[in-house]
Design a protein around this ligand. Structure first.
Ligand SMILES: [Zn+2]
Length: 341
Protein backbone atom coordinates (compact mmCIF):
# COMPACT_ATOMS: atom_id res chain seq x y z
CA UNK A 1 0.00 0.00 0.00
CA UNK A 2 2.62 2.46 -1.03
CA UNK A 3 0.85 5.56 -2.27
CA UNK A 4 -2.62 6.87 -2.25
CA UNK A 5 -2.71 6.51 -5.99
CA UNK A 6 -1.77 2.90 -5.86
CA UNK A 7 -4.18 2.38 -2.99
CA UNK A 8 -6.91 3.35 -5.40
CA UNK A 9 -5.58 1.08 -8.07
CA UNK A 10 -4.78 -1.96 -6.00
CA UNK A 11 -7.18 -1.36 -3.16
CA UNK A 12 -9.70 -4.03 -4.00
CA UNK A 13 -7.38 -6.91 -3.54
CA UNK A 14 -5.56 -5.46 -0.57
CA UNK A 15 -8.75 -4.50 1.18
CA UNK A 16 -10.15 -7.96 0.76
CA UNK A 17 -6.92 -9.56 1.89
CA UNK A 18 -6.73 -7.42 4.99
CA UNK A 19 -10.30 -8.08 5.90
CA UNK A 20 -9.95 -11.81 5.35
CA UNK A 21 -7.16 -11.71 7.89
CA UNK A 22 -9.14 -9.52 10.24
CA UNK A 23 -12.07 -11.90 10.14
CA UNK A 24 -9.94 -14.81 11.24
CA UNK A 25 -9.01 -13.08 14.45
CA UNK A 26 -11.15 -12.60 17.49
CA UNK A 27 -12.57 -9.12 17.87
CA UNK A 28 -10.13 -6.85 19.62
CA UNK A 29 -7.18 -9.17 19.14
CA UNK A 30 -3.95 -7.33 19.77
CA UNK A 31 -1.38 -7.66 17.08
CA UNK A 32 1.84 -6.14 15.90
CA UNK A 33 1.46 -3.42 13.32
CA UNK A 34 2.30 -4.94 10.01
CA UNK A 35 2.97 -4.13 6.44
CA UNK A 36 0.20 -5.05 4.06
CA UNK A 37 0.55 -8.62 2.80
CA UNK A 38 1.73 -9.03 -0.77
CA UNK A 39 -0.95 -9.55 -3.35
CA UNK A 40 0.04 -13.13 -3.94
CA UNK A 41 -1.30 -14.08 -0.51
CA UNK A 42 -4.83 -13.35 -1.68
CA UNK A 43 -4.71 -16.21 -4.16
CA UNK A 44 -6.56 -19.22 -2.89
CA UNK A 45 -8.16 -17.47 0.05
CA UNK A 46 -11.83 -18.23 0.62
CA UNK A 47 -14.02 -15.64 -0.99
CA UNK A 48 -17.66 -14.87 -0.62
CA UNK A 49 -19.74 -13.85 -3.62
CA UNK A 50 -20.88 -10.23 -3.30
CA UNK A 51 -24.56 -9.66 -2.73
CA UNK A 52 -26.08 -6.75 -4.49
CA UNK A 53 -29.25 -6.58 -2.38
CA UNK A 54 -28.58 -7.75 1.14
CA UNK A 55 -32.14 -7.46 2.37
CA UNK A 56 -31.24 -8.52 5.87
CA UNK A 57 -28.81 -5.63 6.33
CA UNK A 58 -31.09 -3.38 8.40
CA UNK A 59 -31.77 -6.28 10.76
CA UNK A 60 -28.08 -7.19 10.93
CA UNK A 61 -27.05 -3.65 11.80
CA UNK A 62 -29.94 -2.93 14.17
CA UNK A 63 -28.41 -4.44 17.36
CA UNK A 64 -25.31 -2.22 17.21
CA UNK A 65 -27.03 1.05 18.10
CA UNK A 66 -25.48 2.92 15.20
CA UNK A 67 -26.51 6.37 14.09
CA UNK A 68 -28.54 6.62 10.91
CA UNK A 69 -25.66 8.18 9.01
CA UNK A 70 -23.36 5.34 10.08
CA UNK A 71 -25.88 2.72 8.94
CA UNK A 72 -26.13 4.42 5.56
CA UNK A 73 -22.37 4.38 4.97
CA UNK A 74 -22.12 0.77 6.13
CA UNK A 75 -25.06 -0.35 4.00
CA UNK A 76 -23.48 1.19 0.91
CA UNK A 77 -20.21 -0.58 1.68
CA UNK A 78 -21.76 -3.95 2.42
CA UNK A 79 -23.79 -3.89 -0.78
CA UNK A 80 -20.62 -4.08 -2.82
CA UNK A 81 -18.58 -6.21 -0.48
CA UNK A 82 -19.69 -9.76 0.11
CA UNK A 83 -16.75 -10.51 2.37
CA UNK A 84 -17.54 -7.65 4.70
CA UNK A 85 -21.17 -8.73 4.77
CA UNK A 86 -20.18 -12.30 5.52
CA UNK A 87 -18.12 -11.08 8.49
CA UNK A 88 -21.12 -9.16 9.76
CA UNK A 89 -23.39 -12.16 9.36
CA UNK A 90 -20.96 -14.35 11.29
CA UNK A 91 -20.93 -11.82 14.11
CA UNK A 92 -17.22 -11.09 13.66
CA UNK A 93 -17.53 -7.31 13.57
CA UNK A 94 -17.80 -5.37 16.79
CA UNK A 95 -19.50 -2.04 17.39
CA UNK A 96 -16.04 -0.47 17.26
CA UNK A 97 -15.24 -2.15 13.92
CA UNK A 98 -18.46 -0.87 12.43
CA UNK A 99 -17.85 2.64 13.78
CA UNK A 100 -14.47 2.64 12.04
CA UNK A 101 -15.94 1.40 8.77
CA UNK A 102 -18.77 3.93 9.00
CA UNK A 103 -16.24 6.75 8.76
CA UNK A 104 -15.60 7.92 5.21
CA UNK A 105 -11.87 7.25 5.64
CA UNK A 106 -12.26 3.97 7.58
CA UNK A 107 -10.39 1.31 5.61
CA UNK A 108 -11.38 -2.37 5.82
CA UNK A 109 -7.82 -3.44 5.09
CA UNK A 110 -6.64 -1.71 8.27
CA UNK A 111 -9.35 -3.02 10.58
CA UNK A 112 -7.02 -5.27 12.48
CA UNK A 113 -4.67 -2.33 13.11
CA UNK A 114 -7.56 -0.12 14.23
CA UNK A 115 -8.39 -2.78 16.82
CA UNK A 116 -4.81 -2.99 18.05
CA UNK A 117 -4.49 0.79 18.21
CA UNK A 118 -7.72 1.07 20.14
CA UNK A 119 -6.50 -1.52 22.62
CA UNK A 120 -3.18 0.27 23.05
CA UNK A 121 -4.78 3.71 23.34
CA UNK A 122 -8.33 3.32 24.67
CA UNK A 123 -8.56 7.05 25.35
CA UNK A 124 -8.67 7.86 21.63
CA UNK A 125 -11.92 8.55 19.80
CA UNK A 126 -12.70 6.21 16.92
CA UNK A 127 -11.96 8.92 14.35
CA UNK A 128 -8.59 9.52 16.02
CA UNK A 129 -7.76 5.80 15.89
CA UNK A 130 -8.58 5.71 12.18
CA UNK A 131 -6.46 8.79 11.48
CA UNK A 132 -3.57 7.48 13.51
CA UNK A 133 -3.48 4.13 11.74
CA UNK A 134 -4.14 5.65 8.30
CA UNK A 135 -1.05 7.81 8.90
CA UNK A 136 0.86 4.67 10.02
CA UNK A 137 1.59 6.22 13.41
CA UNK A 138 0.88 2.82 14.94
CA UNK A 139 4.17 1.72 13.37
CA UNK A 140 7.73 2.68 14.28
CA UNK A 141 9.65 5.01 12.00
CA UNK A 142 12.02 3.09 9.70
CA UNK A 143 10.93 -0.34 10.94
CA UNK A 144 10.02 -2.58 7.98
CA UNK A 145 9.49 0.30 5.57
CA UNK A 146 7.42 -0.36 2.49
CA UNK A 147 9.30 0.03 -0.78
CA UNK A 148 7.04 1.93 -3.14
CA UNK A 149 5.75 0.04 -6.17
CA UNK A 150 4.85 3.19 -8.08
CA UNK A 151 7.53 5.75 -7.16
CA UNK A 152 6.69 7.93 -10.19
CA UNK A 153 3.13 8.67 -9.03
CA UNK A 154 2.72 12.43 -8.68
CA UNK A 155 0.89 11.97 -5.37
CA UNK A 156 3.55 9.62 -4.00
CA UNK A 157 4.00 9.63 -0.24
CA UNK A 158 7.62 9.31 0.82
CA UNK A 159 8.33 9.37 4.52
CA UNK A 160 9.81 7.21 7.28
CA UNK A 161 7.37 4.40 6.45
CA UNK A 162 7.55 4.46 2.64
CA UNK A 163 10.79 4.30 0.70
CA UNK A 164 11.72 4.84 -2.93
CA UNK A 165 13.56 2.01 -4.66
CA UNK A 166 17.30 2.53 -4.47
CA UNK A 167 17.60 2.68 -8.27
CA UNK A 168 14.66 5.02 -8.82
CA UNK A 169 15.62 8.09 -10.85
CA UNK A 170 12.81 10.27 -12.14
CA UNK A 171 12.81 12.04 -15.50
CA UNK A 172 14.29 15.40 -14.71
CA UNK A 173 14.84 18.80 -16.21
CA UNK A 174 17.11 21.58 -15.06
CA UNK A 175 15.46 24.53 -13.42
CA UNK A 176 17.77 26.97 -15.17
CA UNK A 177 20.15 29.51 -13.75
CA UNK A 178 17.55 32.15 -13.01
CA UNK A 179 15.79 29.71 -10.72
CA UNK A 180 18.73 28.39 -8.76
CA UNK A 181 20.44 25.04 -8.77
CA UNK A 182 19.28 21.55 -9.55
CA UNK A 183 16.61 19.67 -11.43
CA UNK A 184 13.02 18.63 -10.87
CA UNK A 185 10.43 16.58 -12.72
CA UNK A 186 8.83 18.57 -15.55
CA UNK A 187 5.55 19.27 -13.72
CA UNK A 188 7.27 20.51 -10.60
CA UNK A 189 9.92 22.47 -12.53
CA UNK A 190 7.27 24.30 -14.55
CA UNK A 191 5.27 25.10 -11.41
CA UNK A 192 8.34 26.34 -9.57
CA UNK A 193 9.36 28.64 -12.43
CA UNK A 194 5.86 30.12 -12.59
CA UNK A 195 5.86 30.61 -8.84
CA UNK A 196 9.30 32.24 -8.81
CA UNK A 197 8.32 34.52 -11.72
CA UNK A 198 5.25 35.75 -9.88
CA UNK A 199 7.21 36.17 -6.65
CA UNK A 200 9.77 38.27 -8.51
CA UNK A 201 6.99 40.52 -9.78
CA UNK A 202 5.95 40.90 -6.14
CA UNK A 203 9.51 41.81 -5.18
CA UNK A 204 10.43 38.44 -3.66
CA UNK A 205 13.28 36.21 -4.78
CA UNK A 206 12.79 32.44 -4.72
CA UNK A 207 15.72 30.25 -5.74
CA UNK A 208 16.30 26.54 -5.45
CA UNK A 209 19.30 25.65 -3.31
CA UNK A 210 18.67 21.89 -3.49
CA UNK A 211 16.18 20.02 -5.68
CA UNK A 212 16.56 16.41 -6.88
CA UNK A 213 19.03 14.32 -4.92
CA UNK A 214 19.94 10.76 -5.85
CA UNK A 215 19.88 7.84 -3.43
CA UNK A 216 23.68 7.87 -3.38
CA UNK A 217 23.99 11.56 -2.63
CA UNK A 218 21.36 11.32 0.12
CA UNK A 219 23.30 8.41 1.58
CA UNK A 220 26.50 10.40 1.78
CA UNK A 221 24.68 13.48 3.15
CA UNK A 222 22.96 11.42 5.85
CA UNK A 223 26.16 9.62 6.75
CA UNK A 224 28.02 12.92 7.03
CA UNK A 225 25.47 14.20 9.54
CA UNK A 226 25.66 10.89 11.33
CA UNK A 227 29.34 11.42 12.01
CA UNK A 228 28.53 14.69 13.80
CA UNK A 229 25.26 13.81 15.54
CA UNK A 230 23.48 10.88 17.15
CA UNK A 231 21.16 8.93 14.88
CA UNK A 232 18.15 10.16 16.87
CA UNK A 233 19.09 13.79 16.24
CA UNK A 234 20.13 13.22 12.64
CA UNK A 235 16.76 11.61 11.91
CA UNK A 236 14.96 14.81 12.92
CA UNK A 237 16.51 16.82 10.09
CA UNK A 238 17.96 14.44 7.51
CA UNK A 239 16.23 11.59 5.69
CA UNK A 240 17.79 8.18 5.45
CA UNK A 241 18.61 7.18 1.87
CA UNK A 242 15.50 6.08 -0.03
CA UNK A 243 13.31 8.09 2.33
CA UNK A 244 14.12 11.56 1.04
CA UNK A 245 11.46 13.45 -0.87
CA UNK A 246 14.30 15.03 -2.83
CA UNK A 247 14.74 11.68 -4.63
CA UNK A 248 11.20 12.03 -6.08
CA UNK A 249 12.21 15.10 -8.09
CA UNK A 250 9.10 16.77 -6.69
CA UNK A 251 10.62 18.57 -3.69
CA UNK A 252 13.09 21.39 -3.24
CA UNK A 253 14.68 23.65 -0.68
CA UNK A 254 14.07 27.33 -1.36
CA UNK A 255 16.68 30.03 -0.65
CA UNK A 256 18.20 28.33 2.40
CA UNK A 257 18.43 24.89 4.00
CA UNK A 258 19.34 25.67 7.56
CA UNK A 259 17.43 26.40 10.73
CA UNK A 260 20.00 29.09 11.63
CA UNK A 261 18.96 31.14 8.59
CA UNK A 262 15.54 31.72 10.18
CA UNK A 263 13.83 31.56 6.81
CA UNK A 264 10.47 31.69 8.61
CA UNK A 265 11.15 35.36 9.42
CA UNK A 266 11.72 36.40 5.82
CA UNK A 267 9.34 38.02 3.29
CA UNK A 268 9.98 35.03 1.00
CA UNK A 269 8.54 32.65 3.60
CA UNK A 270 5.50 34.88 4.12
CA UNK A 271 4.98 35.02 0.35
CA UNK A 272 5.20 31.24 0.09
CA UNK A 273 2.73 30.72 2.92
CA UNK A 274 0.24 32.83 1.03
CA UNK A 275 0.85 31.68 -2.53
CA UNK A 276 2.62 28.31 -2.79
CA UNK A 277 -0.63 26.31 -2.98
CA UNK A 278 -1.69 28.24 -6.09
CA UNK A 279 1.24 26.60 -7.82
CA UNK A 280 0.71 23.14 -6.31
CA UNK A 281 3.36 23.32 -3.59
CA UNK A 282 3.02 22.63 0.12
CA UNK A 283 5.18 23.36 3.13
CA UNK A 284 6.03 19.73 3.78
CA UNK A 285 7.36 19.84 7.35
CA UNK A 286 5.37 22.48 9.22
CA UNK A 287 5.92 23.63 12.77
CA UNK A 288 4.29 21.53 15.47
CA UNK A 289 3.79 18.45 13.26
CA UNK A 290 6.98 16.56 14.07
CA UNK A 291 5.10 13.67 15.60
CA UNK A 292 3.48 13.03 12.24
CA UNK A 293 6.27 13.91 9.81
CA UNK A 294 9.21 12.83 11.95
CA UNK A 295 11.02 16.06 11.03
CA UNK A 296 11.52 19.34 12.78
CA UNK A 297 10.14 22.51 11.18
CA UNK A 298 11.70 23.05 7.75
CA UNK A 299 10.34 26.39 6.48
CA UNK A 300 12.40 26.06 3.27
CA UNK A 301 11.31 22.58 2.09
CA UNK A 302 8.42 22.49 -0.39
CA UNK A 303 6.82 19.56 -2.18
CA UNK A 304 4.83 19.64 -5.38
CA UNK A 305 1.52 17.77 -4.91
CA UNK A 306 -0.70 19.55 -7.46
CA UNK A 307 -2.98 22.51 -6.91
CA UNK A 308 -6.00 20.65 -5.57
CA UNK A 309 -4.21 18.83 -2.76
CA UNK A 310 -1.98 21.83 -2.04
CA UNK A 311 -4.93 24.15 -1.53
CA UNK A 312 -6.50 21.78 1.00
CA UNK A 313 -3.24 21.22 2.89
CA UNK A 314 -2.23 24.87 3.07
CA UNK A 315 -5.70 26.29 3.83
CA UNK A 316 -6.39 23.72 6.55
CA UNK A 317 -2.88 23.45 7.96
CA UNK A 318 -2.62 19.76 7.14
CA UNK A 319 0.51 17.76 6.56
CA UNK A 320 0.50 15.57 3.47
CA UNK A 321 0.15 12.54 5.75
CA UNK A 322 -3.00 14.01 7.31
CA UNK A 323 -4.42 14.95 3.92
CA UNK A 324 -4.01 11.42 2.57
CA UNK A 325 -5.30 9.80 5.76
CA UNK A 326 -8.48 11.87 5.55
CA UNK A 327 -9.33 10.85 2.00
CA UNK A 328 -12.59 8.90 1.76
CA UNK A 329 -12.28 5.23 0.96
CA UNK A 330 -13.42 4.74 -2.62
CA UNK A 331 -15.89 1.96 -3.49
CA UNK A 332 -12.99 0.31 -5.28
CA UNK A 333 -10.96 0.24 -2.10
CA UNK A 334 -13.60 -1.33 0.06
CA UNK A 335 -15.16 -3.68 -2.48
CA UNK A 336 -14.32 -7.32 -2.88
CA UNK A 337 -12.26 -8.06 -5.95
CA UNK A 338 -14.73 -9.78 -8.25
CA UNK A 339 -12.00 -11.05 -10.52
CA UNK A 340 -11.01 -13.47 -7.76
CA UNK A 341 -14.41 -15.10 -7.63
ZN1 LIG B 1 14.61 19.56 1.70
Amino acid sequence: MPTFQSIRRGGKTLAAAGLALACLLPVGAASQPQVQPPLVQTVGRPVQAPERRPEDLPALLAPYGLAEGEREVLSARMEGDGLLLACLRRGELSRFDLSCLALPNGRPDRLERYRACREASPELETAQVVMRVNMDLDREFYVDPVVLEDPAALDVLVNKYYALPQDYVPQLERLGNTYGSGSLRAEAARAFREMADQAREDGVTLRSVSAYRSYASQKSTYNRYLRQNSQKTTDTFSARPGHSEHQTGLALDINVASTRARFEDTPAYAWLQEHCAQYGFILRYPQGKSEITGYRFEPWHYRYVGVEAARVCMSQGLTYEEYLALQPVTPVQSALDETLI
